[in-house]
Design a protein around this ligand. Structure first.
Ligand code: ADP
Ligand code: MG
Length: 269
């Protein structure tokens, strides 16, 4: 855009200002311009205050667009946050450790988090809650299951996109791999998982949830060497959260069954 001469008419100047905002794709500031100019006149705002108000509108809109894009990319399966987690229902979980992880300090030194425990104890919930905190803090997060990761890598290998696929899994600042061990991984799945873990090692954090105790990884992977190498990378810098309490899912069933039974007993007696 050309520089504006001092004698330019006010109408011309206003239309140039609109053109500048539009050229720079500051669409929200463009929309807000008449309103902010009205406010500037009505409230007798200084030039600095009026400019700040206009640009604040653009910054807020950009932030919320970026947040929405990070949320879409992350594929978190539920809207869970840490405040949804009932620590009293799972006294074995170290609340202080989880709250420390929620500060996201672990991302700074590329530490990993391992949730180990039987089904229904809140492994996915805690992983998602940490993922959500990271998304909100501006980080790129991606959630997947071990089976899905293996399938994606397998397909990519067949289609000659192996490198792109590895680059994709290296990208996120936080990668969450859920449900390792629920389904047996095919041989190339275990090796794909190892490569993903290996290329992220010391660079970016991974959260991994599994129902397989660390001592049993060798048999779960069918290949003791791959299992040992993977554990070596994962555990070098890691918080291991073992959750062995009762299943929260079954607890609800249990409560339901108990209240049904009490109801029946009350009617019978
Ligand atoms: P896992 O991944 O260990 O199998 P999930 O995280 O999927 O378990 O939890 C199973 C269900 O129980 C989910 O609906 C989850 O919201 C709920 N849940 C588990 N633990 C807790 C908890 N401590 N507080 C509140 N809800 C919980
Ligand atoms: Mg789960």
């Amino acid at each position: 855009m050309s520089t504006s001469p001092a004698h330019m008419s006010e109408a011309r100047r206003y239309s140039q200002l609109r053109a500048h905002l539009s050229y720079l794709k500051l669409n929200d500031a463009f929309e807000a311009l008449p309103r902010v100019l009205d406010q500037a006149r009505g409230e007798n705002l200084s030039l600095t205050a009026a400019l700040e108000r206009l640009l604040e509108i653009e910054v807020e809109a950009t932030e919320s667009r970026r947040l929405a894009a990070r949320e879409r990319f992350a594929c978190l399966p539920e809207p869970w946050t840490l405040s949804d987690f009932d620590f009293s229902a799972q006294p074995g979980v170290d609340e202080k450790l989880i709250r420390d992880l929620a500060t996201l300090r672990f991302l700074d030194d590329a530490s990993n988090v391992l949730f180990v425990g039987p089904p229904g104890v809140g492994k996915t919930m805690l992983s998602v809650a940490l993922g959500r905190a990271a998304v909100d803090a501006g980080h790129r997060v991606y959630f997947t299951t071990a089976a899905e990761l293996a399938a994606k890598c397998h397909k990519a290998a067949l289609e000659g996109r192996w490198k792109t696929c590895m680059r994709f899994f290296a990208g996120p600042r936080l990668l969450i791999i859920d449900e390792l061990g629920y389904l047996p991984l095919p041989e190339d799945g275990a090796s794909a998982l190892f490569q993903v873990i290996n290329q992220r090692y010391l660079k970016s954090s991974t959260i991994l949830s599994t129902n397989v105790g660390i001592a049993d990884w060798a048999s779960a992977f069918g290949d003791a060497t791959v299992a040992a190498a993977m554990l070596d990378r994962l555990l070098h810098r890691a918080a291991v959260v073992g959750i062995d309490g009762p299943s929260y899912r079954l607890r609800h069933h249990q409560n339901h069954a108990d209240s049904l039974r009490q109801g029946v007993n009350a009617r019978v007696s």
